[in-house]
Design a protein around this ligand. Structure first.
Ligand code: PLP
Length: 429
């Protein structure tokens, strides 16, 4: 690796205090970024400053401290709007996370637009939060949930990619909404959402995109993508926990009934009837997480810095090296099964459609045991079902190990991880 690249990556890592700590006496190698990312100093400082200098409830008071808080909250909304290239601030709703954003749409959209005998289409590679809310909604309104399969389910391959040939026949006239996943939290595969959205729109079907992983690993432009809804969580993109975003087209958000009732989402209230506040507040009942939401501004600025100029180039090259190294390691050993290979036929081909998320099993070894041993070596990886039980089951797995890399991870860390994994494997075999 060039020393210039090395220096750039070091300067990024220096911004993130958590990365320099030790676990079990070893330098932490944090590879659970698909679950949550570590926070840069500018987000930590902003949060701390907010609690000291801007801590007052938003939108409600006539004093300066509340004005400052409201300004920071609405500033973050503008930052999100511009980051997503959404046309209006009214398109951006603050929620508590991707899960809450999807639940909001599943409840309100289905209440207004979905009825008995209608169909909701979801994807086989979805996280539970893009499955269960639709099942609940379908139950409430008497609709059915249909699943767009992967090649594993149709028996046409083992890559974990969506079987797009099934799409046309699934999108029948009863389909009212299609819920997509931009990047799977298991396979890391980047789904062709643009193509799928175009196919759905050709039949008048609106589309929600779960961007929980996509927001981190791709440049998102909701106007170009032309999705009708886009959901993501702040904590996965260097921001605070308990904050999420729902982008929605105004035509839908305006027609949809509120999801929750309470303060701030009303215009007038009598004991008999309530009229609702205009967007976006109609969907932001109660005191929002105004401190966390405001911190989306420095979090997004950090993400933008990582994606700009020389920094972006260095991180991209490092990520490509990590992906090649990890794919080679995980596919050259017959005792390892990797879930989500870009191409079912040729190893290493099409890595451009895979985010650096690697979920796999080592034959005859329990993933949880491996994760525990790795922890003792300073390596943090996730094991279990990763909230995608149907997808993992379709691969024939009941649990797995997942190493998910962020732009601040290094090839050196990937190498140490695989060495530690081999040591843990030898201990358990
Ligand atoms: N969707 C995907 C693809 C995810 O990876 C996750 C979290 O891992 C979620 C949804 C849920 O995100 P949150 O728990 O932040 O609401």
């Amino acid at each position: 690796m060039s020393s210039r690249r090395n220096n750039i990556i070091s300067s990024v890592r220096e911004q993130i205090p958590a990365l320099s700590q030790k676990m079990s006496g070893k330098p932490l190698i944090y590879l659970d970024n698909a679950a949550t990312t570590q926070k840069p100093r500018q987000v930590l400082d902003f949060l701390s400053d907010t609690f000291v200098w801007r801590n007052a409830n938003v939108h409600r008071a006539m004093y300066e401290l509340s004005d400052r808080s409201t300004e920071a909250y609405e500033d973050a909304r503008e930052t999100v709007r511009s980051f997503l290239n959404a046309p209006f601030r009214e398109n951006v709703i603050f929620t508590s996370g991707t899960t809450a954003s999807i639940n909001l749409v599943a409840y309100s959209f289905c209440k207004k637009f979905v009825g008995k005998g209608d169909v909701i289409v979801i994807e086989a590679d979805s996280h539970h939060s893009n499955i269960v809310p639709w099942q609940l909604a379908a139950e409430r309104v008497g609709a059915m949930v249909r699943v767009l399969p992967t090649d594993v389910l149709t028996g046409s391959g083992r890559s974990g990619a969506l079987d797009l040939e099934s799409l046309d026949s699934l999108l029948t006239p009863e389909v009212r909404i299609l819920a997509l996943t931009q990047i799977s939290n298991i396979t890391g595969l980047n789904n062709p959402v643009g193509k799928i959205i175009a196919a759905a729109h050709a039949k008048g079907i609106p589309v929600l995109v779960d961007g929980a992983q996509g927001i981190v690993h791709s440049k998102v432009d909701v106007r170009k993508m032309d999705c009708d809804f886009y959901a993501f969580s702040a904590h996965k993109i260097y921001g605070a926990t308990g904050v999420g975003v729902l982008y929605g087209k105004k035509e839908y958000l305006e027609a949809m009934p509120p999801y929750m009732g309470g303060g701030d989402m009303v215009e007038t209230v009598t004991y008999q009837k309530t009229t609702y506040a205009p967007l976006p507040l109609k969907f932001e009942a109660g005191t929002p997480n105004f401190t966390g939401a405001a911190a989306l501004k420095p979090a997004i600025e950090f993400a933008q810095w990582l994606a700009t100029g020389e920094t972006a180039q260095a991180l991209k090259q490092e990520e490509e090296d990590i992906k090649s190294f990890m794919t080679d390691y995980l596919t050259s050993d017959r005792g390892i099964e990797l879930y989500g290979t870009p191409s079912s036929s040729a190893r290493g081909v099409g890595l451009d459609v895979k985010a650096p998320i690697f979920t796999f099993n080592i034959k005859s070894i329990n993933a949880g045991d491996l994760a525990q041993l790795l922890d003792k070596m300073g390596v943090a990886v996730r094991s279990g079902l990763m909230c995608a039980e149907p997808l993992l089951n379709s691969f024939g797995a009941t649990s797995a190990l997942r190493a998910s890399f962020a732009p601040y991870n290094t090839l050196e860390e990937a190498k140490i991880f695989t060495e530690c994994l081999e040591r843990a494997r030898a201990m358990l075999f």
